[in-house]
Write a protein that binds this ligand. Structure first.
Ligand code: 13P
Length: 340
């Protein structure tokens, strides 16, 4: 019975070429983004910003699910309506980030492991009672001199699988997010190799922990050259490398791959997602979708700047990016959409 409900949640999240909006920045991450734009780093500013997001007119036409953070899931609009209710009313399924952040991995300088398994069963039950229907856990893998190590890949993959099994037990769809970071000078080929090894390890651990692949969502990085790499491949080259990597490593039973944006420029992330759907549509066993944070929110945040007077312009920018990414799911995004 639970497995049917999990599958139905996934179907609803990605129906009509919709995707996910990640608005689950932890307080330190949200504050960092606010600080860079001179926005006060207060609980009230974070609440006001999240109210702007969830009340964006039409958002539910292109966003099927929104990932919240613990602070945000307990907040609401100025008039007291809980954000969860606002989302459900807009036809957007609420989800929740449940990892407790990436911490230094002992014995592995420069590498991290995401924590949060202790007490997770209880937290999932609470979030489910509040109305969340899916969850997210992010593991981060950096590429650098001699890293990633096997130890960090295995530790992160194991934690992801333990988390995913607990989610399914609680009736929540797990978003499994193994992220290879874009920082560094590494080439696209190096990113391919690391992503491939990471994905294979994650799926081996998911299998070992008896996670039902039909009731989960994979949220990975695209296969990209490092931000500081001299050679930056074209949109089509990135789409080809990414889909080829995933066709080899991700079982067809997984219903959806929803990419993170990882610091890519918003328009570039849309163009790359679009190219994957244009070039591979007939061969894809899973939905190829988005679960962006920065690539949906950043233009809106830059317009808002913490000012009430800018709310409407910021909401239009947010809706526009969501709409562009929905078009990219259909393979119908093009640069002309940005000029309208
Ligand atoms: P970005 O799209 O900004 O990478 O964020 C996605 C996310 O949820 C990170 O965990």
């Amino acid at each position: 019975m639970k497995s049917k409900a999990l599958r139905e949640t996934v179907t609803r999240l990605f129906a009509d070429n919709k995707g996910l909006l990640a608005m689950d920045e932890s307080n330190p991450t949200c504050n960092k983004r606010f600080a860079s734009l001179g926005i006060p780093q207060t609980e009230e500013a974070r609440r006001a910003y999240r109210e702007l997001i969830v009340t964006t007119p039409g958002l539910g036409e292109c966003i099927g699910g929104a990932i919240l953070y613990d602070e945000t899931i307990h907040q609401g609009k100025k008039d007291g309506t809980p954000f969860i209710e606002v989302l459900i009313e807009a036809g957007i399924i609420p989800g929740i980030k449940v990892d407790a952040g990436a911490k230094e991995l002992a014995g592995h300088p420069g590498e991290k492991v995401s924590e949060g398994l202790d007490g997770l069963r209880g937290r999932l039950a609470e979030y489910s009672k509040m109305g969340a229907r899916f969850a997210k856990w992010r593991a981060v893998i950096a590429i650098g001199d001699g890293i990633p190590s096997w130890g960090s890949i295995e530790a992160n993959a194991h934690a992801l699988a333990r988390y995913a099994a607990l989610c399914q037990e609680a009736g929540l769809v797990p978003i499994v997010e193994p992220e290879v970071l874009m920082d560094g000078e590494h080439s696209l080929e190096q990113c391919y190799k690391v992503t491939d090894e990471l994905l294979r390890t994650v799926f081996s651990q998911l299998f070992a922990q008896r996670v039902m692949l039909e009731g989960m969502i994979l949220k990975p990085n695209m296969v990209l050259p490092g931000l500081a790499c001299i050679r930056q491949e074209t949109v089509d080259e990135v789409a080809d490398a990414t889909v080829n990597c995933f066709l080899r490593a991700v079982p067809a039973a997984v219903p959806a791959i929803a990419f993170l944006s990882g610091g890519q420029a918003a328009e570039l992330a849309s163009a790359r997602l679009n190219a994957m759907n244009v070039r591979f549509k007939s061969q894809l066993p899973w939905a190829v979708a988005f679960s962006f944070s920065r690539a949906i929110q950043q233009p809106a945040l830059e317009l808002w700047k913490g000012q009430e007077a800018n709310v409407s312009a910021a909401q239009q920018a947010l809706y526009h990016r969501a709409l562009c990414n929905q078009a990219a799911r259909r393979g119908e995004y093009d640069a002309a959409m940005e000029k309208r």
